[in-house]
Structures are given as structure tokens and as C-alpha cells.
Design a protein around this ligand. Structure first.
Ligand code: DLL
Length: 464
């Protein structure tokens, strides 16, 4: 049975051999694909890679021309082992080809567009064919199913619906499983609290920062785990978040908090996702071939070392990408997971290539600062890092708040600073501000880092 055929058989976690279980592990939506032996998977990837190369050559354009210049005349000229010799593509290329320059199908075959607003008003737009949407639904269904979503589930989907891929991706995935989806989208927290209280969802989809916001709003209405909340699993992603934040979300909402990674350029959510073992994110590599490259040299790094994730969308139709360099840094690990899946796993993202801060010669990612800050139980989950570019030393300031429910004494600023110095080798000036000072994000991704190059302080109360 092909992976696609098995998908339709795999509607229930316990629906038999094709229906979800492999060994003792939890349910799989497409067990044939998710637990495929490594050699067979490599054969499938090669076949699909060659077909992709043939499609790109037939279209010509930027990617086809790049392949021809690299000496590739047909798909049969490429191998997985020599993938690194093929040209790569970047976000700048996508902007250059905006909006339809990278289409591999006719404009009429594009049934929708999604993307990210990006910085400086420059959107990255991605086109989907009807088949791409079907693929997306299955990829997100794999993720939801791995977290325990079934036909009986109620999925509260608080990712934004719109150009952003979060809302529609999980929506399609939930429909694919046959669950009940509540398309509440982002924002209007009081309404969300009401819907959660009334509909009793077991699955929550949103950004991790919004999960905290929602959890606090639920607690304020006395809705807590075991008292008015029946959430079992959260599908969180779209922004970096630390293990420390995971612990806080799990406690606040009484659920298993799973990490979900994806990007519009590749498809949206559904690229890689955690199962309940929580030991790395399974990459849907039968459709999204992944490499980790040295961000500077572009050479592959060994498994286990952090590198720039680079994806080839093996089966996408409308806007397929060969070796798309994401700028996201993570390490890859092969081998069978405790859940029985064989799909390569990626670590949580360390950060983005362009988010790496170099403060007085020390390299640090905002997520590493978060790990240390949230390791302190007195600090609230909301924080903002400010790089003070007005200062020739480019000071790094961490604006934090004491958690409203913290019963103990006010945290010692100096103690937190010395923890940061000890763990990161970096001086970070900690500012403890009154609760509510750090701006919250209700819709979209949390902003955790700003640059202060002049004018008013980016956070009220931060002295000039
Ligand atoms: O954020 C897709 C998505 C939606 C993923 C919902 C997961 C859940 P974009 O808006 O194109 O797509 O942003 C993609 O967000 O390159 C990463 O830098 C970052 N990102 C996405 N997921 C994670 C994650 C969606 N789990 C960009 N951890 C990516 C850290 C993430 N960063």
C-alpha cells in the first residue's frame, strides 16, 4: 500500500496494521511513510528528487537555468550523495521572482497563496496548487495525529487565519483527520476563553507566547487543569521557544506541549513536528528533503552538528524549491525514535542565522538568553531583549517582569546577571520592570528582540 493510500485507511489511531500503530509506539497517520526503513526511504527520495529536477529543467527559469549551469541535463544526473553540488535558492531569490516568477505550473493552476509579511513590508508569497493543499493537509495531519488528535477531538485553532500559514495549515490537517476544528484565529482573548470553557477542546494550536497569554487569561477566570480545562495536547510553533517555556506552558494548561516547525516557503506548518516522546522534531522528509549546511561555507555539516536547514520540496507542484536555504539553525539526527518513526529528527531551532547577536565578540541567540531567564521561577514568561545600539559597546539589556503569581521575594537582579554571565559568557544588563511593561503579542509572532538606535526607549520605564 502506498503512503497516500494508507492515509485514507489511517483515520483512527487503532484501525489496524495500516491504521496507525507501529510496534508499541503511538499512532501514525501514514505509518508506511513515517516508519519506512532508511534504505527504502532513500530510494523514494531519489526518485522524487529526480522527478523534481526534471520538472524544474522543463520550466527553465531561475532554478532550471541554475541546474543547466551546474551541468545537470536530466534528473538521472543527480544523486542524493552529490546533492551538495546542486545550486541553492534563498529568500532574496524569492523576492526577486515575486510574485509568480517561480511557478512551475500555469497561473490558473494556483488555487491559493500564503506567505509571511516579513520585514520592511516585503512579503514572501508562496503559491499552492490543488495537489499542494492536499499534501499540506496530510503533512499537518501527521503532526496532529502524532500528538493524539483523533476524529473525536475538538481542535481550538488560535493560529492566525490569513496569509500566515499557521491557521489554514492546522485547519486542513484537523479536517483531514476528521476532527472538529474551531477556527477562532488569533486575538480577542476573552472570546477564546469563553469558547474553551464552553466547547472543552482537547487540542490547542497557537504560538507558544500566545499559549502563555491564553493560560493566564483562563487562570484569571479560574479555569485550570482539572478544573474546567480538558486540554491534552498543544501544537505550538512559528517562533522560537525554550524548554523552560515548555515547562511553564505544560504546568499552566495541563497539556503536552509539542513543538512544530515550518515555513511558508516550504509549505507552512507540517514540515517537522514532535511526537509525544519529545525527542526531536520528525521532518516529513519523504516530501521535504532536508540538509544541514555550514551557514558560511554552504558545505554539509555532520549529523548532530548545528547547521542551516536547507529543504528541497520533492513533491510540491506550484512552487517547488530545490535546496532552499532557510537561515534557520538546527542539528539533524537519524535513527528510529521511541515512537517507531524513522523520519530524520531535527533539534529545536537554535536560532536564525540573521538573529545571532554578536555582543562584544560573543555570539548568542535570543533563545539561549530565554533559557537562562525562564530558568528563574520568579520571572514572567514575557521578556524583551534590547540591543542598545546608541552605545558603542552595544549593550544587551534584558527587560523582565516578576511573574504576577510569584509568592516569593523580588528576584535579585545581580543574581540573574551572574547566571547569564556564567552560562553564556556574556554581560547582559537585567532590568526588572513592573508587571505589564513588556509588550505582549496577541496576534502573530512574539517580538523578543528590538534594537534601540535613538529616541524613546522601546519599553516604558527603561531609562535612557
Ligand atoms: O511560521 C509556519 C508555522 C506556523 C510553523 C505554525 C509552525 C506553526 P513563516 O511565517 O513563514 O511560517 O515563518 C517561518 O518561523 O523560518 C523559523 O525562523 C520560524 N519558526 C517556525 N516554526 C518555528 C519553531 C511559519 N517551531 C519561520 N521554532 C521559520 C522556532 C520557528 N522557530
Amino acid at each position: 500500500m502506498s503512503a497516500h493510500e494508507s492515509a485514507s485507511a489511517a483515520r483512527e489511531p487503532n484501525s489496524g496494521a495500516a491504521g496507525g500503530r507501529s510496534g508499541d509506539g503511538p499512532a501514525m497517520f501514514e505509518p508506511d511513510a513515517e516508519s519506512m526503513p532508511a534504505e527504502q526511504l532513500a530510494g523514494l527520495q531519489l526518485e522524487r528528487l529526480r522527478a523534481l529536477v526534471d520538472r524544474l529543467l522543463a520550466v527553465g527559469g531561475l532554478q532550471g537555468t541554475g541546474l543547466t549551469e551546474a551541468g545537470v541535463a536530466a534528473g538521472t544526473d543527480v544523486n542524493l550523495a552529490t546533492l551538495a553540488r546542486l545550486p541553492t535558492i534563498t529568500k532574496t531569490d524569492l523576492w526577486g521572482a515575486y510574485p509568480f516568477g517561480l511557478l512551475a505550473v500555469s497561473r490558473e493552476e494556483v488555487v491559493t497563496v500564503h506567505g509571511s509579511s516579513g520585514t520592511g513590508g516585503r512579503p514572501t508569497l508562496v503559491c499552492y496548487s490543488r495537489d499542494d493543499l492536499k499534501l499540506w493537509a496530510r503533512m499537518c495531519a501527521r503532526a496532529l495525529y502524532a500528538g493524539g488528535t483523533t476524529r473525536a477531538s475538538i481542535v481550538h485553532n488560535a493560529y492566525g487565519y490569513g496569509l500566515f500559514t499557521g491557521g489554514f495549515g492546522f485547519h486542513l490537517g484537523a479536517l483531514e483527520i476528521g476532527a472538529t476544528v474551531v477556527p477562532v484565529s488569533g486575538g480577542m482573548t476573552p472570546r477564546q476563553v469563553r469558547l474553551i470553557a464552553d466547547l472543552q477542546p482537547d487540542v490547542l494550536c497557537c504560538t507558544p507566547s500566545y499559549a502563555i497569554r491564553l493560560g493566564e487569561a483562563l487562570a484569571a477566570e479560574d479555569l485550570r487543569p482539572g478544573n474546567g480545562l480538558r486540554l491534552k495536547v498543544g501544537m505550538f510553533g512559528a517562533e522560537p521557544w525554550s524548554e523552560e517555556l515548555r515547562g511553564r506552558i505544560e504546568e499552566l494548561l495541563g497539556l503536552q506541549a509539542l513543538d512544530n516547525y515550518g515555513l511558508s516557503e516550504v509549505i507552512g506548518p507540517g514540515v517537522a513536528w514532535e511526537c509525544l516522546v519529545k525527542n526531536g522534531l520528525h521532518v516529513n522528509e519523504d516530501h521535504f528533503l532536508v540538509e544541514a549546511l555550514d551557514p558560511i561555507s554552504g558545505e554539509p555539516v555532520p549529523d548532530g552538528s548545528p547547521g542551516e536547514l536547507t529543504f528541497s520540496t520533492l513533491t510540491k507542484r506550484a512552487m517547488p524549491l530545490l535546496r532552499y536555504r532557510t537561515g534557520d539553525i538546527a542539528a539533524l539526527r537519524r535513527g528510529t525514535c521511541g515512537c517507531g518513526r524513522t523520519l530524520v529528527r531535527m533539534s529545536k531551532l537554535t536560532g536564525r542565522k540573521d538573529d545571532m547577536l554578536v555582543i562584544r565578540g560573543v555570539n548568542v541567540y535570543p533563545s539561549e538568553v530565554e533559557r537562562v531567564l525562564l530558568g528563574h521561577p520568579a520571572l514572567a514568561s514575557d521578556y524583551l531583549l534590547v540591543v542598545d545600539d546608541r552605545n558603542p559597546q552595544h549593550r544587551l539589556l534584558a527587560c523582565c517582569e516578576t511573574g504576577t503569581g510569584w509568592p516569593g521575594p523580588r528576584p535579585d537582579q545581580r543574581h540573574i546577571e551572574s547566571r547569564l554571565r556564567a552560562e553564556l559568557g556574556l554581560s547582559v544588563e537585567v532590568r526588572l520592570l513592573p508587571p505589564g511593561s513588556v509588550p505582549r503579542t496577541e496576534v502573530g509572532k512574539a517580538v523578543r528582540l528590538v534594537r534601540w538606535s535613538g529616541g524613546d526607549p522601546p519599553v516604558p520605564g527603561l531609562e535612557a
